[in-house]
Design a protein around this ligand. Structure first.
Ligand code: CTP
Length: 401
């Protein structure tokens, strides 16, 4: 359940440090790789040898190794970890973390960590309910840290109250839940998206194009990637930029190039979103040389391009999703329904040029999602980023049904 997860376990100076041995065992048993960092006084409460043996990793405590001077890089540790769990966290360590003090390796690692931080505090009940401790907890929460609150019971002091570090089995369970809640809804899904216009060459300097900016398609690509999908963005010529580790961008120019790229990629995908404004016609014989002025009349013979969405609709296998777009000027719903059937789409995103603020070039859009006769979801005019969320929500629910 924690397979593949890298966990830094910070152990500070509390009697509850003895529970760190069981905690390491539980985490390792769940498949995690655990590296322990101890504060100097933490080592007085449990032997580093015990934790090194159970974690199968050297326990770190100093900034460098005393025998050869090798540097223990807190920055590297912070980058390596998927989560930093401090169990037990003492009032002292909490206070230092809240105020950016970094006079030991655990604290410097905390300050440079890029991963989520989870604390399991342990202390005497009066220390725990002291306003200074409560305020420090609030400060740490404001940094985004989460807390596994201590339980109530008999404390090392002999007093009864809240301050016992939660049991290792419960901390492990909470960490598993924490990672499960972070799982993204489209993780392990590969989705192809076409976006932008296509340019059909007339001569070396001219083309037939359209007004598509690519904004809607790029917003959907970004939202799909945010939700964990591996995205292959096949883009026509546009000035749009996109940078996301989950997005692979393939640039094309013409409808034919977009067709070839989409047909190559689709068999390997869980779905495709056809948001590109693909030219329906292309010149039969583009000129080799620039066409000069001075002709009385100039006509160009055009032939239909191949319909990418319809082609993918024909290739589509069970479980693969195909989403189309329709930008209409009249009989919007009837035309959208016809395209839905003709192209074997699962749903079609309809926008009408009659709606103010919808369609090409705008930063906003007003859409309906058409799934079938009478099965239509209509949305308000929104920024394209918000529209992308509505569309991606619909895509996600396809995979959950
Ligand atoms: N489409 C496509 N390949 C084409 C033309 C369109 O993949 N050669 C896709 C579009 O990306 C969109 C859907 O088909 O998802 C509908 O496009 P649209 O231009 O509205 O419809 P057309 O089939 O081209 O019909 P028309 O232009 O006559 O309305």
């Amino acid at each position: 359940m924690l397979k593949g997860k890298n966990i830094i376990l910070g152990v500070t100076a509390s009697i509850a440090a003895y529970k760190a041995a069981t905690l390491v065992r539980c985490l390792v048993k769940e498949g995690a790789t655990v590296k322990v960092i101890m504060t100097p006084y933490g080592k007085e409460f449990i032997s580093p040898v015990t934790l090194a043996t159970l974690s199968k990793n050297t326990v770190l405590s100093d900034f460098f190794k005393h025998d050869d001077g090798a540097w223990n890089s807190h920055v590297d540790l912070g980058i390596w970890a998927d989560v930093m769990l401090i169990a037990p966290t003492t009032a002292n360590t909490m206070a230092k973390m809240a105020h950016g003090i970094c006079d030991n390796l655990l604290l410097t690692t905390y300050l440079s960590a890029k991963c989520p931080i989870v604390h399991a505090p342990a202390m005497d009940l009066d220390m725990f309910r002291h306003p200074a401790t409560l305020r420090n907890m609030e400060i740490l929460k404001s940094y985004g840290d989460t807390f596994i609150e201590p339980s109530s019971g008999e404390l090392a002091s002999g007093l009864y109250g809240k301050g016992r570090m939660e049991e290792p089995e419960i901390i492990t369970k909470k960490l598993i839940e924490f990672f499960d809640s972070k799982k993204k809804i489209l993780s392990n899904r590969k989705i192809l998206i076409t976006a932008g216009p296509t340019y059909e060459k007339l001569d070396p300097v001219r083309f037939i194009g359209n007004f598509s900016s690519g904004k809607m398609g790029y917003a959907i690509a970004e939202e799909l990637a945010e939700q964990g999908a591996d995205v292959v963005l096949i883009s026509g010529p546009t000035s749009m930029q996109i940078q996301h580790s989950n997005i692979q961008r393939i640039d094309v120019v013409s409808a034919e190039e977009m067709y070839q790229a989409a047909c190559d990629v689709f068999p390997d995908c869980d779905g495709a979103v056809m948001s590109a404004a693909v030219a329906d016609f292309t010149p039969v014989n583009p000129e080799e040389m620039k066409v000069k002025r001075g002709k009385e009349n100039y006509s160009v013979e055009l032939k239909p391009t191949r319909d990418i969405a319809a082609e993918l609709g024909g290739m589509k296998k069970a479980g693969q999703l195909l989403v189309g777009f329709a930008l209409e000027t009249n009989n919007e719903q009837t035309n959208a329904l016809l395209k839905l059937q003709k192209k074997n789409l699962d749903f079609i995103v309809l926008n009408s040029l009659n709606d103010e603020g919808a369609g090409f070039q705008h930063d906003t859009n007003k859409i309906s999602i058409v799934k079938g006769e009478g099965d239509i979801l209509s949305f308000d005019l929104k920024p394209k980023k918000e529209v992308a969320k509505d569309i991606v929500r619909e895509i996600s629910s396809f995979y959950q049904s």
